[in-house]
Ligand binder design. Structure first.
Ligand SMILES: [Zn+2]
Length: 439
């Protein structure tokens, strides 16, 4: 069936740009976009189904480049803590998690992300097979990594071999909607032996590494005292920077570190809310971008960022970078939108599939129907209006792979009430058990 979406097309594509009163045509059986152009009355005959209207905004599905979807069950824990204190508390509770918790919680996070217009997410956690199961069932796109943590007494233990095995076994399953990476929690939580094995496997199997990187002052001080160098220097020494890694946070960087990262093909996932609310510094994103590093936006997990909103991260990224560099123009709204679409797709290595609306790309699409009072300046500057004025409440319809997942703000094909009940019961049981972890 040929599905046609009307509206202001914000394609994020260099070729198609913005199309006022435009039309996206896609085939819901192949999931591929066939056309991007101006609306024409004759389309009334050509399209099997026409949705949207001249007031809708049609843009690529948003891409979240770093999260831990199964952590939704732990929301509220770790409040008021930062760095290693936060980790000790969370790792203890994570030690109680069972695969069924992961599946349930991942489903709830995916649902929340869909409601917020997020159609692809890069995940990093234990028992990642359960996240894959949820991705397959709910029909979204995921770039998944099974995370290895060694220096935690409690957190479930996976070996680097298991992480690599997950990455090779699950790549391109779910009709190609799942892609994989090797998951290393961080350099401070894994041995150099494991980190070297991750690099070796990355090169051997051509699978990239997804890891936390120089996220907190605790990490910076720990790495410096243990290895005598900064996290960036250590990553270079271990060969990590040669593997095109996806690095979450990159908060603490010296001038020399920024130069080093700029000389390598690395991808930084920037989560301003998590890091700033942890009481950590504002990352030097403006300088990384100037140095040629591809930076995308991410929510991080739903414990440090409960609403999994990329609209929120876009606003915060502009505010944080403007404040850091004392100028309102270090990040432009269009650039920030690229950081959740085009650049995010590139960061995850799926730019051949998604990130822009163009013929031949997958129909991962978000239709926004914002309150009228928020779009007064829309046609003067759509990018600024979307980033500054709109939020998750504007997301009306969401398509992944040509299939409708959210219709008029309501998720399709999932019993939300049943999921909520199960989550609530499971969390109550889990928190009873977690009393051993203290406050
Ligand atoms: Zn994280």
């Amino acid at each position: 069936m040929l599905v046609c979406l009307r509206g202001l097309i914000v394609s994020m594509s260099e070729k198609y740009g913005l199309v006022n009163n435009g039309l996206i045509v896609f085939d819901d059986s192949t999931g591929l976009i066939e056309d991007v152009r101006r609306w024409d009355e004759r389309d009334l005959v050509r399209c099997d189904l026409i949705e949207g209207d001249e007031h809708s905004i049609v843009m690529p599905g948003l891409i979240n480049t770093h999260t831990h979807a199964p952590m939704l069950l732990l929301q509220g824990l770790g409040a008021g803590l930062t760095g290693f204190d936060w980790l000790r508390r969370i790792w203890c509770v994570e030690g109680l998690l069972k695969p069924e918790h992961i599946y349930l919680s991942a489903k709830a996070s995916i649902l929340l992300m869909l409601e917020n217009g997020i159609t692809t997410f890069a995940d990093h956690y234990f028992y990642e097979e359960e996240v894959a199961r949820a991705v397959e069932e709910l029909g979204v796109r995921g770039v998944l990594a099974k995370s290895v943590i060694e220096y935690s007494e409690h957190a479930p233990k996976h070996t680097i071999e298991e992480s690599v095995s997950f990455a090779t076994n699950y790549n391109k399953v779910a009709n190609g909607r799942i892609r994989t990476m090797i998951g290393v929690h961080a350099m401070y939580s894994c041995s150099t032996e494991t980190l070297l094995k991750a690099v070796e496997s990355s090169e051997k199997y051509d699978i990239r590494i997804h890891m936390h990187f120089s996220e907190s002052l605790h990490e910076l001080e720990y790495i410096k005292s243990k290895y005598g160098v900064t996290p960036t220097s250590l990553a270079r020494r271990l060969g990590i920077l040669k593997t095109k890694p996806l690095l979450a946070h990159a908060t603490y960087l010296s001038d020399e570190d920024i130069k080093t990262l700029s000389e390598h093909e690395v991808y930084v996932a920037y989560s301003p809310f998590t890091i700033m609310s942890w009481g950590q510094d504002i990352a030097r994103v403006g300088e990384l971008i100037e140095g040629g590093v591809t930076v995308s936006l991410a929510t991080d997990g739903p414990v440090t960022d409960g609403d999994l909103s990329l609209f929120k991260q876009m606003k915060l990224a502009i505010a944080a970078q403007s404040s850091r560099y004392r100028t309102p123009s270090r990040l432009h709204p269009k650039e920030v939108l690229e950081m959740v679409t085009k650049k995010a797709a590139k960061s995850l290595g799926i730019e051949d599939l998604v990130g822009v609306l163009e013929p031949g790309k997958k129909a991962d699409i978000v239709v926004l129907k914002p309150p009228k009072t928020r779009v007064v300046g829309l046609y003067d500057d759509p990018y600024t209006t979307i980033v500054y004025n709109l939020g998750d409440e504007s997301v009306s319809d969401v398509y992944v792979d040509g299939r409708k997942k959210v219709s008029d703000k309501a998720p399709l094909g999932i019993d939300v009430e049943n999921l909520r009940e199960k989550l609530t019961d499971t969390r109550t049981e889990l928190l009873d058990e977690a009393a051993i972890c203290g406050k």
